[in-house]
Design a protein around this ligand. Structure first.
Ligand code: R5P
Length: 264
């Protein structure tokens, strides 16, 4: 790995090789999703706890002050909406020139394996990797499932993650599932998990993060289960304890409860 690419990877993955990425890119197809109506208000208090922010260039430029020294992983795919025909029909929405201008540490796109747009989104990935290699910018591939959440099993996700890595993705973001270690073991690049839609309560999300790390995930790139919580700072702090301090579910839950009582 060339120095620039390595340096950017190390700005996202900390000295322990793990990361807590905060995903706030949802508006690119969901619009003003609940609790992210005003991105600045939601994101600013969480920045000190995030190892990187995953977001679009529009939110970055308009809602995040340039004074923050937080690594940026820029969402560079899209072109559809939740009310449109097919969420999988994504193109590349940002030039590499603009990503470099924004001083990003990585770029992210979704791939939709098994859909009508499989080929298109995999070629998007390959092109981004070519550009990323040219400029030393790592590519994060998201194994997206659109509205078909039931697709999230080890067989499908292993296939999707492995194809992303084979095409050159430097990191893969996927969903946690039963037998998750199989997904991680067959993927030769670091795997991080998305949280998915908000779970019943914060403890379920902590359990999921813990199980993913135990199965070999290198961190999380989580959104709704953090900022849709009534206590987002408590939640991201508890997630950090799991990812970076190997905290048990009980220890992380106790930390969450302590901070929650302080209204964090
Ligand atoms: C899809 O909307 C985005 O790629 C999100 O960044 C991703 O799904 C992670 O966010 P969440 O934890 O809310 O699923």
């Amino acid at each position: 790995m060339d120095w620039g690419l390595k340096n950017r990877m190390q700005s996202i993955f900390k000295a322990d090789g793990k990361t807590v990425m905060l995903a706030v890119d949802h508006g690119y197809f969901l619009g003003p999703v609940s609790r992210l109506e005003d991105p600045r208000k939601t994101v600013e208090p969480l920045i000190p706890y995030a190892d990187s922010l995953m977001l679009t260039r529009g939110v970055l430029r308009n809602c995040i002050d340039a004074k923050y020294n937080v690594p940026i992983v820029l969402r560079v795919s899209g072109g559809n909406s939740i009310i449109g025909k097919d969420l999988a029909n994504e193109g590349i929405t940002v030039s590499f020139e603009d990503a470099i201008r924004l001083n990003v540490s990585g770029v992210a796109l979704s791939i939709y394996v098994g859909t009508d747009y499989e080929h298109q989104t995999l070629i998007n990935l390959s092109k981004l990797v070519d550009e990323g290699q040219k400029y030393g910018i790592p590519v994060l591939a998201v194994t997206a499932v659109g509205k078909e959440l039931e697709k999230r099993d080890a067989r499908y996700l292993s296939l999707s993650c492995r194809i992303a890595a084979e095409l050159g993705a430097h990191t893969v973001k996927t969903y946690y599932c039963e037998d998750f270690e199989k997904v991680v073991e067959s993927c030769p690049v670091p795997v991080v998990i998305a949280g998915g839609p908000k779970l019943k309560n914060e403890f379920d999300a902590l359990k999921m993060a813990h199980a993913a790390i135990r199965a070999g995930a290198k961190g999380v790139d989580m959104g709704r289960n953090i900022w849709q919580s009534r206590w987002p700072v408590a939640m991201i702090s508890a997630i950090r304890a799991i990812v970076h301090d190997n905290a048990s579910v009980k220890k992380a839950s106790d930390l969450f409860i302590t901070l929650q009582s302080k209204k964090k």
